[in-house]
Design a protein around this ligand. Sequence first.
Ligand SMILES: [Zn+2]
Ligand SMILES: [Zn+2]
Length: 241
Amino acid sequence: MILERQDPYGILRPMASSLLTTFLPERCLVCSDREQVTRGVCNRCRSLIRRLDAPLCEVCGRPVGTPGVCLACLHNPPPFDRMVSACVYEGLIQDIIHQFKYRRATVFSKFLAGLIAERLAADCESPDLVTAVPLHWSRLIQRGYNQSMLIARELSGYIGGVVRYDVLRKTRKTPSQVGLPKADRERNLDRVFTAAGVKGRSIVVVDDVITTGRTAREVSRALRHAGAERVVFASVGRTVS
Ligand SMILES: [Zn+2]
Ligand SMILES: [Zn+2]
C-alpha cells in the first residue's frame, strides 16, 4: 500500500523485490525451499539424484562391477580417452533435463554444470578447451539455444579451459536416435560431425545425456581426425540398463 502511494509508476516495486532476493537465501528451483541451496538446488532434492555405482570403467565410465578398463574398451578402444557421467538418467534429473532442454528452463545450467564439475574434479581434468555436441543450425534456430553449450559455458568456469562454440559442426539434420534400429542408428550419424581448430589440444565435450554412446564416438572421431590430443566426453545423465 505504502509503496503504491509513493510509487504510482511502479518503478520502486522491481527494485524492492530485487533487493529482497539479494538478501534472502536463494530458493531451490525444484521445491522452492530456502534450506541449504547450492547452485539453485537444495540438498534434499540433490539427495534424490542417483550417481552411477562404482566401480566404473576407467575409459567408458560404465558401471561394470570390477575396477579398471572394461572388456569392451580393451577389445575395441573407443575414439575418446574417457567418458564420464554425473548421474543416472532417471527420476528428478530426467525431469530437470527435460525442462532444461525443451521448456527453456535455462536457469538450471549452473546446477547441471556443477554436477559434471564435481565428477571431473575428482580426476583433475583441466582441459585447454571446453565445448558441446553441436546441434544442426536448423534445430538451433528452432530451439533458440544449444542446451549442452549452456552447460559447457558454466563448466569452463568451474574446471578452466576456453569455451569454444566453433570447433564442432553438425553437417546435416538427423532423425532422433531413439527407437531407431541399430543399423539405422549407425547410418544416421555416419560422418555427420566435422571439427577444426583443435590440433594438439585437450578438450572436454559436453552432452546432456548419453544413451548408446554413438554420438560421443562420432564426435570424438571428428575431433581426433582434426588432431585433438585428448578427448574427454562429459554428460549430466546416462541411461543404465
Ligand atoms: Zn529442493
Ligand atoms: Zn569401458
